[in-house]
Design a protein around this ligand. Structure first.
Ligand SMILES: Nc1ncnc2c1ncn2[C@@H]1O[C@H](COP(=O)(O)OP(=O)(O)O)[C@@H](O)[C@H]1O
Ligand SMILES: [Mg+2]
Length: 303
């Protein structure tokens, strides 16, 4: 079966600033693929080029096995998009927002009612169908945006920061909906700043920075490859600890009042350190995707 997304050397500049700098990746059918990176990395620009919203400057793009140039109309009919900003119509009710969109996609009127009802149910918005969009909380709005993106029964769902600013309940609710959609075989492309979310949802992901791809792979493989099994955090490390780690050939990072130590043999190192070198606080924990992200993209603020 053809890949759902094939991107080759995709590029976009704004004036002299390069937002997306020649990136390539492929997403297979049924995969959940993550696009991660600090603010300004080029995630949204990439996504917008993928659904034909922003024209690409150069590079090749095939979706569903078809070259996009000249075929956007049929391709867009198979994509559902949740943009980074909620672009719901504030003057309309929940149901009217869905109906207006259904008309935009030329969904036959005899199907609209059933689809709207089943999506309201799927996103737990039944009972809110006559509410005005202005009255909805952030979590409810995101659910409505998801329902709207699914109206045309897409084969590819694109989500740009779907859970930013949501409370934990709303995030978990959305994850569970995304699990359901994955079970049905839907291919998903997702950007997020939440590393736990990416680790939980994505089969594979890329981390990009300044328009370029830094790494690509399955979350657990990337953790093993770029950090190792575990991390030891030492608060207020004693002065000789750095020297000890250097002699042992153990990788570490100095972060203010803390040492972050990366190790594949964390338990025995932890025991060694506890006895001699850690007085105030020393914590052993499994390495996470967040460690990979910070190690690769640094700890400096971006915007
Ligand atoms: N319409 C635009 N005009 C000018 N610069 C833009 C525009 N959209 C994005 N950029 C710039 O392109 C870069 C990438 O932005 P974006 O794709 O939004 O990043 P991300 O989604 O990863 O935060 C940033 O430096 C941003 O300022
Ligand atoms: Mg963005």
């Amino acid at each position: 079966m053809a890949a759902i997304i094939e991107v080759e050397n995709l590029r976009k500049s704004y004036g002299s600033a390069v937002a997306v700098d020649g990136i390539s990746f492929t997403v297979q059918a049924g995969e959940c693929f993550g696009l991660l990176g600090p603010n300004g990395a080029g995630k949204t620009t990439t996504i917008r080029m993928l659904y034909g919203f922003t024209p690409r400057e150069s590079g090749r793009l095939r979706l569903f096995g078809t070259d996009c140039d000249g075929a956007w109309r049929s391709i867009k009919a198979k994509i559902g998009v949740c943009q980074q900003e909620d672009n719901l119509d504030p003057d309309l009710s929940v149901r009217q927002n869905l109906e207006t969109f259904a008309a935009y996609f030329n969904i036959p009127s005899n199907l609209v009612n059933d689809r709207v009802m089943s999506l309201l149910q799927f996103t737990a918005l039944e009972g809110r169908e006559h509410a005005n969009v202005m009255e909805l909380s952030g979590g409810l709005k995101r659910r409505l945006v998801l329902a709207r993106a699914l109206l045309n029964e897409p084969q590819l769902l694109i989500l740009d920061e779907p859970t930013s600013g949501l409370d934990p309940q709303s995030r978990h609710q959305l994850w569970s909906r995304l699990d359901d959609l994955k079970q049905r075989g839907l291919t998903t492309l997702l950007t997020t700043h939440y590393m736990d979310e990416a680790q939980r949802l994505c089969d594979r992901l890329i981390i990009m920075d300044q328009g370029k791809i830094l790494i690509e792979g399955a979350p657990l493989d990337l953790i093993q490859e770029h950090v190792g099994k575990s991390v030891i955090e030492v608060i207020a490390p004693c002065s000789e600890l750095r020297q000890v780690l250097k002699e042992k050939g153990v990788a570490y990072e100095d972060v203010g009042q803390r040492l972050i130590i990366y190790s594949n043999d964390g338990e025995s190192l932890y025991r060694d350190l506890l006895g001699e070198h850690c007085r105030e606080g020393c914590m052993l924990r499994p390495a996470t995707l967040e460690d990979v992200f910070l190690r690769l993209t640094g700890r400096e603020l971006r915007e």
